[in-house]
Ligand binder design. Structure first.
Ligand SMILES: *[C@@H]1O[C@H](CO)[C@@H](O)[C@H](O)[C@H]1NC(C)=O
Ligand SMILES: *[C@@H]1O[C@H](CO)[C@@H](O)[C@H](O)[C@H]1NC(C)=O
Ligand SMILES: *[C@@H]1O[C@H](CO)[C@@H](O)[C@H](O)[C@H]1NC(C)=O
Ligand SMILES: *[C@@H]1O[C@H](CO)[C@@H](O)[C@H](O)[C@H]1NC(C)=O
Ligand SMILES: *[C@@H]1O[C@H](CO)[C@@H](O)[C@H](O)[C@H]1NC(C)=O
Ligand SMILES: *[C@@H]1O[C@H](CO)[C@@H](O)[C@H](O)[C@H]1NC(C)=O
Length: 451
């Protein structure tokens, strides 16, 4: 019997030891399963997907001056921290067109979708949206121009009243215009337009300072005024010069953005081959021959790439500007409409950009809600294109600094100066187009405006 047990002990040991060893594993698995099922049930699905860290650093990455810094923020804001109307609707639109969040929408399809989704248009007519009152708590207290802006900010397809056909076509024989001058003006400003036509705004083959000839065209941008008499007079002027574009919207300060957006559209159809655009107000003086020399030098620079021209925009760049919150100024933007600083933008008095950038601006502006201040709106579009405006100290959109001693050749060192009356334009034109010998070689201003 004992010998029998002895005989089987080896076999029993051989078979049972693995079973005994497996018992703790079995107990462990059972307990673990029970735990997961219990806690899984109480927390729902969230236990499985633990929260991702807000940012990720690859292991082994050391701080080095040769490496770009690790991004600490996401590339777009994941949460909206403001209760301002423009910020909210633009945040939704930006997310809708974010190529990472919504990669499936091709560019052109999405802009069609935007048009039907955002605006409530019926043919050429666009009715006021009075429901917007309920989205702004202090609507009743806002100045009338802000109220008017709010009820019509979804409208932008205003029809043309005057559409000059041969602004750029008349240049066709001489080749594409090197520069198209685009001037924002109002019906009543006859004298400004007349002075511009006679001085810096001449069209045709214009001689640069260096003595080259370049084709230049000119066009004025107008909305509608309420005075029928001046409107009639302006129509006569338009048939005489053929340089007026007019759209069917009220020509008010807060409607100036419409002129940019509608101009980009007009440009893409009527003058898209123009190489550069100067866009400015009707109370500035521009040294167009010097501007042409600057542009020709830019184009001739061999170290420039084609992509540089696609993002070329230059002016008096304003950085980190804050909205004006005093409700008696014409620039007043309430906090309930916009919060935060403005993106960098070239001051609206005068700005120079490439024709190819104008085509990109038309595209991107479809996805940027109208903003009442036109130069800020340009900055908002540039920001979404990833284009940085170039600052040039020869753009004096705030005139010469008051405390600056007047150099004898000061007027020959600028590209643009604001603000100048029609009489001053004539005086500046005769002074700068026949410079005295000592001013002939004056170079452009390099001094930055003291901040
Ligand atoms: C969108 O663009 C592609 C090429 O860029 C073109 O083939 C297509 O016809 C466009 N679709 C629409 C709806 O415009
Ligand atoms: C400016 O705001 C004050 C206080 O909210 C208000 O009493 C005043 O009427 C406003 N002025 C204008 C021009 O809207
Ligand atoms: C802009 O023009 C439209 C159309 O004429 C008008 O309804 C709206 O009140 C104007 N907006 C402002 C801010 O004047
Ligand atoms: C050409 O462009 C480069 C970079 O854009 C600049 O550094 C250089 O000074 C320019 N050259 C001339 C002759 O303007
Ligand atoms: C520059 O032009 C202004 C007119 O805008 C004129 O009053 C001034 O005398 C000119 N400056 C010089 C130094 O010629
Ligand atoms: C202007 O520049 C030209 C060549 O660049 C030079 O020959 C001439 O002496 C200069 N004139 C003055 C007044 O400095």
């Amino acid at each position: 019997m004992a010998s029998c047990l002895c005989r089987y002990r080896r076999r029993i040991l051989f078979f049972c030891s693995p079973c005994i060893l497996l018992v703790p594993v079995y107990i462990y698995v059972s307990v673990a399963l029970c735990y997961v099922m219990k806690h899984g049930a109480s927390h729902g699905a969230h236990v499985v997907h633990s929260k991702l860290p807000s940012h990720f650093t690859a292991s082994g990455l050391k701080h080095s001056r040769d490496l770009a810094p690790h991004p600490v923020k996401s590339f777009w804001r994941s949460e909206l921290d403001s209760g301002a109307l423009w910020n909210i609707i633009q945040y939704m639109t930006d997310r809708q067109y974010n190529p990472i969040l919504k990669p499936h929408l091709p560019e052109n399809v999405s802009s069609v979708a935007y048009k039907t989704a955002i605006s409530r248009r019926t043919g050429d007519r666009c009715s006021p949206n009075y429901e917007i009152k309920n989205t702004i708590p202090d609507y009743a207290k806002l100045p009338i121009q802000m109220k008017n802006f709010l009820t019509s900010m979804h409208c932008r397809d205003y029809p043309l009243i005057i559409d000059p056909l041969d602004v750029c076509d008349s240049q066709a024989k001489k080749g594409a215009p090197t520069l198209l001058m685009v001037i924002k003006t109002q019906t009543a400003n006859f004298q400004n337009r007349e002075a511009i036509r006679e001085t810096w705004g001449r069209s045709g083959n214009i001689k640069t300072l260096a003595g080259q000839q370049r084709p230049v065209s000119r066009v004025f941008l107008l909305g509608k005024s309420e005075d029928l008499h001046t409107e009639e007079k302006m129509h006569l002027e338009s048939s005489k010069y053929g340089d007026i574009i007019q759209w069917d919207f009220m020509d008010t300060f807060f409607n100036l953005t419409l002129k940019d957006v509608l101009f980009w559209n007009w440009f893409s159809r009527r003058c898209s081959h123009a190489r550069f655009i100067f866009k400015g107000d009707d109370d500035v003086f521009v040294r167009i021959p010097a501007v042409l020399d600057y542009l020709l030098a830019e184009e001739a620079n061999e170290s420039r790439k084609a992509s540089d021209t696609e993002s070329f925009v230059m002016g008096d760049v304003i950085n980190n500007a804050a909205p004006i919150r005093s409700n008696w100024t014409k620039y007043y933007i309430p906090e309930s409409f916009y919060k935060g600083l403005y993106p960098s933008y070239p001051g609206g008095g005068g700005v120079l950009y490439s024709g190819s950038l104008a085509r990109r601006l038309l595209e991107v502006s479809q996805r940027v809600h109208l903003f009442p201040i036109d130069d800020v709106y340009l900055g908002m579009c540039l920001q979404r294109l990833g284009v940085y405006p170039i600052n040039h100290p020869a753009f004096l959109t705030f005139d010469f600094p008051v405390d600056e001693p007047r150099e004898p050749c000061a007027n020959h060192t600028i590209l643009l100066v604001h603000k100048r009356s029609p009489a001053e334009m004539l005086q500046l034109w005769s002074e700068t187009s026949t410079p005295s010998p000592e001013c002939r070689n004056a170079s452009l201003r390099v001094k930055l405006r003291p901040d």
